[in-house]
Design a binder for this molecule. Sequence first.
Ligand SMILES: [Zn+2]
Ligand SMILES: [Zn+2]
Length: 334
Amino acid sequence: MRAVQVPEPGADFEVVETEIPDPAADEVRIEVEACGVCHSDVFVKEGQWPGVEYPRVPGHEIAGYVDAVGDDVTEWNEGDRVGVGWHGGHCFTCEPCRRGDFIACENAGVTGISFDGGYAEYVVAPHEALASMPEDLDATSAAPLLCAGVTTFNSLRNSSAEPGDLVAVQGVGGLGHLGIQFARASGFEVAAVSRGTDKRDLAMELGADHFVDSEAEDPAEALQELGGADVLLATAPSADAIASVVGGLGVEGELLTVAVPGEEVPVSVQALVQGRRRVQGWPSGTAKDSQDTLEFGALRDVESMVETYSLEEAADAYEAMLSGDARFRAVIEP
Ligand SMILES: [Zn+2]
Ligand SMILES: [Zn+2]
């Protein structure tokens, strides 16, 4: 099969011919139809994740069909339509796992980091890392739901926001354009925050009720004029951009960040204390959370907007993601 691997930290991607991997007894092999390019692929590309063995094939927004199942796998069959996201399996025996908190597993696998991911024609994953995917979803459009989608949907549904509350989505990019749609579909009043007016029309089409241009006005003040955000979903990995909107939180407002900027984000502790505000981070979700995301996305017509690339163009796809030029998710079709 053809695969795109990172030979060593910081090195360029290389397209290689390699053996099609066989699934172990508790694993499933998937023929990859599409794989999204996520900002977290930087961890593998630049060697920012401890313990990664190189060469490594990145990619954790995988949509495809089950191609082969290991001897002990009972819940999946050849031909099943499935997806695999960031959460690449768990141990079932550590303390969080024994509480059913699989995403917090102390020995959790990460797709495309602890084992080869979806920048390839085939991928092998632990059986518990698979989500069932509705047949009517297009693979290329659905792939980003496996990380960008589940991360925004699952963080919002676990947040303190209730229907009618003001949810501000900071950033209208790979995560943000899905966050706006999921926030709208979940019954929230939605404010999109972005720099410049480029994305105003799109944000409104995706379901935003308000658009805040953080270049033209102070985004924190603009959100306060709307009553203050009950939840501020930070999706763009810029410490400055996140810091500029934190002041827009209402009383008991929650800064919910799914973006991971490289630098620290300054937050006024006085504002936290006086307004009983909170700061919360959220990772993606388990395979079942991904499945919920796919099913709800299909039900409410949540669609990711994508640019497609071949395996050979993986470096271009990665560059488009990194520079923020991708509209809005770069997806590789092996
Ligand atoms: Zn991701
Ligand atoms: Zn565990």
